[in-house]
Design a protein around this ligand. Structure first.
Ligand SMILES: [Zn+2]
Length: 440
């Protein structure tokens, strides 16, 4: 009999990982029809999956197949969806994903994120975490939230910059977290206004690659250590930046097992670039087993690291095309905000609306400064009227902005490339400063 609680160990050794893999694979086979059908179809016996090295016998799952199957298929049959925590990913992958977790699984996810912070700084309670630029979604609306000795401050994206600064100046942050492109806007504003913000112990980046020019700006403005984190809604913290070598990351074996595979789904040798595939080790409500993240990276030989950690090592890679959108008046907005301008045009609050039924995947492209093109792979519930509100949002951004919608059959990236939800092809300040830093 497996110890089902192994999945909730906040730090797992290889034996715990193998245990958790056996647990989740056999649970998924018995209780989740999506996996049972897949495994039967591929003729794999779940009992042959004994450890992480056996995972390549299982097929790779992609988010589009999972989402279109519907929740009756991908949720465990022993959970009731109304009792689960629901999160919607805002996607850098083009396909929206709904993630379900039990309250215990959600709590564990949060613990692993804070535990990963502790790899780069010492933490004592009480502490204040400042989340820079989140969206108001999934019922999250409070600026200040207290969980025991931890105060969480959310500087929501829609709060005017001046107001965000005055909130920030009134607190003493221990850790600040957010997307690099959102930090970039905040740090630029502080610098232009000559405001010296409080200095936290640690700034963490996530969800986008922390490019060298952003890291440098943040170190200058906030005068503290900046560390990159690889987090995802599907699993929580996947890897933290090595405190001894900022080029490297350590995969978090408490939450997931990461593999790097080639186009055919076959693991690539250590040191080679591949698609990152994850197996979530703790979410039994909605298992993610050999799930394609859409990210690319390199797994290196496991070894004792200079930082003291003895475990896996990786490098996270990304194509270099993510770029700011340039408006007709020269203003620049981040890819995340651009995504939001489009995404908030969809009727997410309408009863019966299920994004994946209307839109399988979409991409926002800018070739001219007064035109946004959206390429879309439509679902069965797709209608042209979906774009009306999106177009209005664009006009609020700038009245001269126009929208062009192109229906396409497929939007998968070219082999070896990462999919970009927002493809800005104009010459922006972001792009220029990034190139300057790289050429130094
Ligand atoms: Zn290390």
């Amino acid at each position: 009999m497996l110890n089902a609680w192994t999945r909730f160990l906040p730090r797992k050794n290889k034996e715990d990982v193998d245990n958790a893999i056996r647990g989740i694979v056999s649970h998924a086979y018995k209780n989740v029809s999506f996996y049972r059908k897949y495994y039967n179809q591929f003729g794999v016996d779940h009992l042959n999956i004994r450890c992480a090295e056996d995972l390549p016998h299982l097929p790779i799952i992609n988010r589009l197949d999972m989402m279109t199957a519907g929740r009756a298929e991908y949720l465990s049959r022993d959970v009731s969806p109304d009792k689960l925590v629901i999160r919607h990913t805002t996607g850098t992958t083009g396909t929206p994903v709904t993630v379900y977790k039990s309250k215990m699984e959600e709590l564990f996810r949060k613990i692993t994120v804070v535990d990963a912070y502790r790899r780069n700084t010492s933490l004592t309670c009480p502490m204040t975490l400042v989340n820079v630029g989140p969206e108001r979604k999934d019922g999250s609306n409070k600026i200040v939230e207290k969980i025991g000795p931890i105060t969480i401050i959310k500087l929501f994206r829609d709060i005017p910059m001046g107001e965000q600064i005055s909130i920030l100046m009134s607190v003493k942050p221990t850790i600040m977290g957010g997307r690099p492109s959102v930090y970039w806007d905040l740090a630029k504003f502080l610098r232009e206004k000559d405001i010296v913000p409080p200095s936290p112990r640690l700034i963490t980046g996530g969800a986008e690659i922390l490019l060298p020019h952003v890291r440098k700006l943040l170190e200058d403005v906030f005068r503290c250590r900046v560390a990159d984190y690889y987090n995802s809604e599907e699993a929580g913290n996947l890897a933290w930046e090595c405190p001894a070598n900022p080029q490297l990351m350590h995969p978090n074996t408490a939450t997931a097992w990461i593999e790097a595979v080639d186009q055919q789904g076959i693991p690539v040798p250590a040191g080679n670039e591949g698609h990152l595939i994850i197996t979530n080790l703790y979410n039994y409500s909605m298992p993610f087993i050999r799930y394609d993240t859409g990210d690319r990276g390199i797994l290196l030989e496991t070894r004792k690291c200079q930082c003291g950690f003895n475990g896996p090592v990786m490098r996270l890679l990304e194509g270099r095309n993510e770029n700011y959108i340039v408006l007709p008046d020269g203003r620049e907005i981040s890819p995340r905000i651009m995504f939001n301008v489009v995404n908030t045009g969809f009727p997410h609050d309408k009863k019966g609306w299920n994004m994946i039924d209307a839109i399988r995947i979409f991409q926002i492209i800018q070739e001219f400064n007064d035109l946004i093109e959206i390429k879309v792979v439509p679902g069965p519930a797709y209608t042209d009227s979906l774009w009306q509100a999106v177009e209005e949002n664009l006009k609020i951004l700038h009245p001269a902005m126009r929208l062009k919608v192109s229906i396409v059959d497929d939007l998968r990236p070219e082999p070896g490339k990462k999919f970009h939800q927002v493809l800005g092809n104009l010459n922006s300040r972001w792009k220029r400063e990034r190139n300057d830093q790289e050429n130094k």
